[in-house]
Design a binder for this molecule. Structure first.
Ligand SMILES: *Cc1c(COP(=O)(O)O)cnc(C)c1O
Length: 395
């Protein structure tokens, strides 16, 4: 697999059949936009789990740290180690669950900061952490019903962890379940519980550690949730968690998915196309075969339900999406030829297709679309200022 460092420019994509282009300038722009919503002393944690939502964790980490984020969030220990091995030194919070002594030792060794979700985990970690103190982040469950100590037990939990050697409480946090909904009832309930838990911790007479609660949706919609730090994923990549949140700031999408036409042919009316012949032409049809398929992350459920961009126009994909290839009906754009670049997600001329469009067709969310592109697709970083000049195979 090609790493980012080995694919510094679009020219190295000349021979690739398909690839993901990531605009790091857009990501930097989004970080600066998000920062305008935050008081100067509120930190921005860029959530770059799942290979930065498919954008490439290391290059996104470098970009966001330069643009105004001060911390990173990952889901797993290997995700954190990848960043450390690339020389990234900022604080890194592991948002996911960890619970064995071996995991604690790995986090200690790589200076990754664990989330503490239960008294038992706290005791295991205190027992296994002998050499140096480790910063820990206490997670409260205020209504997501996922990781965390029940919010009613927050004060008890803080007392327990305070009493354990080697564990240093670096923050207390919780996570919203419905912050992207226009109906604020559950979000307000969760925020109320978080406040109550904090009040109880304060009653113990302790100095409060930093607090955090907001994901992208809460960061965009409610300044009262910002506290000392916000944990932003989706918005960094230029997507809005919901349409009603798109007014706050102007974000730019960063990811484009492209592939090349590999063969063009004309077939008669009444010709079946692809596996199962689920599509049959109703006129003489010019078909373009494109070198990308479901093994690259194009969902097979989009078969006959997606369009792509080519030569600045929009054409339908036809027939079943196969593992490595798709077919297009390009009858209406006769100039289409082998080597042409097809945009599956992104912009070509005045036309745009977004992860939100695919998500709407599939009945899912843009988060899942972004994470869905497989590592068979090389990633290439581009800067907005240097618009890539596409070169054709035949030239
Ligand atoms: C993934 C995640 C986030 C980021 O969520 P977005 O909606 O993408 O901003 C924040 N906090 C936690 C705990 C997460 O797991």
């Amino acid at each position: 697999m090609l790493s980012w460092e080995e694919t510094p420019s679009i020219s190295s994509m000349r021979w690739e059949r398909a690839w993901v282009e990531v605009n790091l300038s857009a990501i930097a722009h989004n970080v600066r936009q998000i920062r305008t919503l935050l008081p100067p002393n509120t930190e921005l944690m860029a959530v770059i789990k799942a290979d930065a939502y498919g954008h490439g964790a290391v290059s996104v980490a470098r970009t966001v740290l330069k643009a105004g984020a001060s911390r990173l969030g990952v889901a797993t220990i290997p995700e954190g180690i990848e960043l450390r091995e690339a020389g990234i030194r900022s604080p890194i919070l592991v948002l996911g669950a960890t619970y064995t002594p071996e995991q604690l030792q790995a986090m200690s060794r790589w200076q990754l900061e664990p989330t503490l979700c239960s008294p038992k985990q706290a005791l295991v970690f205190a027992e296994s952490c002998r050499d140096r103190p480790i910063p820990v982040h206490l997670k409260l469950d205020t209504g997501m019903s996922r990781l965390g100590v029940p919010w009613q037990e927050a004060a008890q939990f803080v007392e327990l962890v305070r009493g354990l050697p080697h564990l240093k409480i670096a923050s207390i946090y919780s996570h919203f379940a419905t912050a992207d909904s226009p109906d604020r009832a559950v979000m307000d309930l969760q925020h109320g519980r978080f406040r109550q838990a904090i009040a109880q911790i304060r009653e113990l007479g302790l100095e409060l550690p930093p607090l955090h609660l907001a994901n992208s949706a809460a960061t965009l919609s409610d300044r009262a949730t910002h506290y000392d730090l916000v944990r932003v994923g989706l918005a960094i990549y230029g997507l809005y968690p919901a349409p009603h949140l798109s007014g706050a700031i102007a974000l730019q999408t960063a990811l484009q998915v492209k592939a090349r036409v590999t063969q063009v042919k004309t077939v008669a009316a009444g010709t079946g196309v692809s596996y199962g012949h689920r599509f049959v032409t109703d006129r003489e049809t010019r078909l373009a075969v494109v070198g990308i398929g479901y093994a690259d992350g194009v969902p097979r459920h989009l078969s006959d339900r997606m369009q792509v961009l080519i030569r600045g126009g929009r054409v339908p994909q036809v027939g079943a999406i196969t593992m490595d290839q798709i077919m297009l009906d390009v009858t209406d754009i006769p100039q289409v030829d082998v080597g042409d670049v097809v945009t599956l997600l992104g912009r070509d001329g005045d036309e745009t297709i977004s992860a939100d469009d695919w998500a709407a067709t599939l009945g899912t969310i843009s988060w899942e679309i972004l994470c869905g592109f497989k590592h068979r697709l090389p990633r290439v970083a581009i800067a907005e200022e240097r618009r890539p000049r596409e070169s054709k195979l035949r030239s």
